[in-house]
Ligand binder design. Structure first.
Ligand code: SF4
Length: 235
């Protein structure tokens, strides 16, 4: 759904996507990947996202959520994850916070000795959502920031710039709820904005600024072409 500036609102889009990728307590997954090496985590690939990042390489998981993937109950998803016998799981792909009931049930079913890394754009993590995530001590949340400023967020995600503050607030909400969390940012952002972003993060908690990770652009042909189409040229 678009607002009057023609950029989609991440919260409204999430409601639309939820109708496609969630059915009761079931959630659509593209699949589950085994760990690549000893000590690595397995991966649960989620279908559907509420942003439209111009560097996204998740392809059909994002563009055609109605056409790909299969529905899994929390029990079936947990069984798939546990069967890998790995150190834990990375829940990623699309946006895993769409479908809160499924996610909370899944977290409940994953044994506490397994690490869970939730890779999210954070736009849906309000105070209440963070509070509901807080009982899971094996959970670490990585919030993938999409810009150093609201304007850059809008340029990168093709979504309304208000989403920038949803991301920053998600980090605050997670820290306030006592959840292990760190921010990451894609390396196509304007380097000059990083200092300002770090200041914002430091105002919430020093460890967020220290923990800022850089995500590396995966330069597929499609990604490079899409970036160029939007006037962004990767090194
Ligand atoms: S938030 Fe992640 S999954 Fe969603 S469009 Fe952006 S890069 Fe793709």
């Amino acid at each position: 759904m678009n607002n009057n500036n023609n950029y989609s609102n991440p919260l409204e889009t999430a409601k639309d996507i939820e109708k496609i990728v969630v059915s009761g307590s079931m959630r659509k997954y593209f699949g589950f990947k085994e760990p690549l090496f000893e000590g690595d985590l397995c991966c649960a690939d989620i279908v559907g996202c509420n942003l439209s990042c111009i560097y996204c390489n998740s392809g059909t998981l994002i563009e055609n959520p109605d056409r790909v993937g299969e529905f899994y109950s929390p029990e079936d998803a947990a069984e798939k994850i546990v069967r890998f016998n790995s150190e834990g799981v990375r829940i990623s792909g699309g946006e895993p916070t769409i479908g809160k009931e499924h996610l909370l049930e899944l977290l409940n079913l994953i044994p506490k000795n397994l690490t869970v890394i939730l890779e999210t754009n954070g736009t849906l993590i309000d105070r209440n959502y963070a509070h509901e995530l807080s009982p899971f001590e094996n959970l670490h949340v990585m919030v993938s920031l999409k810009g150093t400023t609201p304007e850059e967020f809008q340029k990168i995600t093709l979504c309304d710039k208000s989403g920038f503050f949803l991301q920053i607030n998600a980090l605050k909400n997670l820290i306030d709820a006592g959840i292990s969390a760190n921010p990451a940012i894609i390396n196509i952002v304007n380097a000059s904005g990083i200092d300002k972003l770090s200041e914002r993060l430091e105002e919430i908690d020093k460890k967020l600024a220290i923990g800022l990770e850089y995500e590396r652009l995966i330069k597929t042909k499609n990604v490079i072409e899409n970036l160029a189409k939007h006037g962004v040229f990767a090194d």
